[in-house]
Design a protein around this ligand. Structure first.
Ligand code: NAD
Length: 491
């Protein structure tokens, strides 16, 4: 399968004729050839989006929403096929890939509805015979840059609200997951999005990404990815006074108190730490455990981790799929070595599986460290793989302090049966998302999504919060007095 860019309503080859390969991380198969586009392709896409903007912003929002409704129906019809393709190019197990597509379906229907809401408000004027209101306005061309770990969910969380608000889009997906980006744009085109309103350019961050963040024709940037890239994006786009939303890394923790339902906690921990092989921004990589149940929890986790089955995501028996590529395996292993050097105790895992059936894919054994202290690098830096670190604490105060000590602030969770502890945690855990008696993953699309501190720059995705990023407020005053009325002076 050879993919093309989508620019100005046409599927086109990259101007330089260059392609790279998209590889199945589970078995090494080549699944697609992907354009390695140049700056010129990105500039053409930005120009197409600029030209389409004037007419798209005037399409009534309910009509824009109707197209998204059709997109939702098409995604739903093709859910199985899309999930299978996702597993092949990204590695996550089929059930999780289907969940990823489902997030796109949910977001399509939610944003279709916003076409008939997108509420502004009216408010009394301080002057007689004068009417005041605030409405949402479109902004212009949205540059959308996404990572590989949620190939359908993350692009749809950005593209759908951008469109319903009346913006046009230039989309650069991660090079590791181009097929899902291609299928999504194909569906948008088939559903009736006019030419130029959505444009897709495959290519590297250094060539296509840089062009999008620096081009004066792009008004806003919605970026999800690593902190290192995010800081660079903020600098370059900030220089051009673009509106920038950054959704970056995490170092999320589950707190387990002595009074927790341990069976429930173990299920939540395994799902949060090893789902998507730990490659979720909300993945749990720290386990903060009250001392009374520490040893019992460690033993239970060890037993359950030993029974997790590694394998290709399309195999029904697989619990944990591969990592995205060889660099990811090497990064994870280097953190395991760092943890051992720092004095943490390796309980289970800590290596690539030796069985030859795994030799063609990028597999790593689910790994548990105990006796980790909150200052160790494995307890503070994002590993983005199946490595979980257990930290021992005395009480809730210490647990909350440890949770809040890292520079990231995306998701946190606590298992306890005590209502006072629950409400103190809701108040004091300094993350954008807090779960009670559930793991750190499982966001729903109608609530705000994002993190505090080093996880981003204060914006939120999803729900109505997404509209706040993709639209601009306009204050409107209608004076029907027939005479000059001066605010603050004549009142
Ligand atoms: P990454 O930063 O390497 O890449 C993200 C995107 O940025 C890719 O499309 C890449 O090509 C592009 N890019 C790279 N250099 C660029 C440049 N100079 N200019 C413009 N664009 C550039 O991240 P990744 O490895 O793909 O994703 C993993 C990271 O994403 C993790 O840190 C994870 O926590 C984070 N993430 C965060 C969230 C969230 O919502 N907070 C969700 C998912 C993933």
């Amino acid at each position: 399968m050879q993919l093309k860019n989508y620019i100005g309503g046409r599927w086109v080859d990259p101007e330089n004729g260059r392609y790279i390969q998209d590889i199945d991380p589970g078995n090494g198969d080549v699944v697609a050839d992907v354009p390695a586009s140049s700056r010129k392709d990105a500039e053409r896409a930005i120009e197409a989006a600029r030209q389409a903007y004037e007419s798209w912003r005037r399409v009534p929002a309910p009509k824009r929403g109707e197209i998204l409704f059709t997109v939702g129906q098409m995604l739903k019809e093709r859910k199985h096929e899309l999930a299978e393709k996702m597993t092949r190019e990204m590695g996550k197990v089929y059930a999780e890939a289907a969940g990823d597509v489902q997030e796109g379906i949910d977001m399509a229907f939610y944003m279709a509805g916003e076409g008939r809401r997108s509420f502004g408000y009216t408010t009394p004027s301080e002057l007689p015979d004068k009417f005041a209101m605030a409405t949402r306005d479109s902004i212009g061309v949205a540059g959308i840059i996404t990572p590989w770990n949620f190939p359908m969910a993350i692009p749809t969380w950005k593209i759908f609200p951008a469109l319903v608000c009346g913006n046009t889009v230039v989309f650069k997906p991660a090079s590791q997951t181009p097929i899902l980006a291609y299928e999504l744009i194909n569906i948008l085109a088939e559903a009736g999005i006019p030419a130029g309103v959505v444009n897709l350019v495959f290519g590297s961050g250094s060539e296509v990404g840089e062009t999008i963040i620096g081009d004066p024709g792009v008004n806003l940037i919605s970026f999800t990815g690593s902190n290192q890239t995010g800081r660079h994006v903020a600098r370059v786009a900030g220089e051009g006074l673009k509106r920038v939303s950054l959704e970056l890394g995490g170092k999320n923790a589950i707190i387990v108190m002595d009074d927790a339902d341990l069976d429930l906690a173990v299920d939540g921990i395994l799902w949060s730490a090893f789902g998507t092989s730990g490659q979720r921004c909300t993945a749990c990589s720290r386990l903060i455990v009250q001392e009374g149940i520490y040893d019992a929890l460690e033993q239970r986790l060890k037993d359950r981790i030993a029974s997790l089955k590694l394998g290709h995501g399309l195999d029904n028996h697989t619990d944990v799929g591969p990592l995205i590529n060889q660099q990811a395996v090497e990064k994870v292993h280097s953190y395991v070595e760092i943890g051992q050097r720092e004095g943490a105790r390796l309980v289970i895992g800590g290596s690539r599986p030796s069985d030859s059936v795994y030799s063609t894919g990028h597999y790593y054994a689910p790994t548990l460290f105990a006796d980790v202290t909150s200052e160790m690098r494995i307890a503070t830096e994002e590993i983005f793989g199946p490595v979980l670190s257990m930290i021992r604490v005395k009480d809730l105060d210490e647990a909350i302090a440890v949770n809040n000590r890292v520079t990231y602030g995306l998701s946190s969770s606590i298992f306890t049966q005590d209502v006072n502890r629950v409400f103190r945690s809701i108040r004091d855990l300094a993350t954008g998302i807090v779960y009670i008696n559930a793991g750190t993953i499982g966001a729903e699309i109608h609530l705000p999504f994002g993190g505090t501190r080093g996880t981003g720059n204060g914006h939120r995705e999803a729900g109505t919060a997404a509209l706040d990023f993709f639209s601009e407020w306009k204050a409107v005053y209608v004076d029907f007095s027939g005479k000059l009325q001066r605010a603050q002076i004549d009142a």
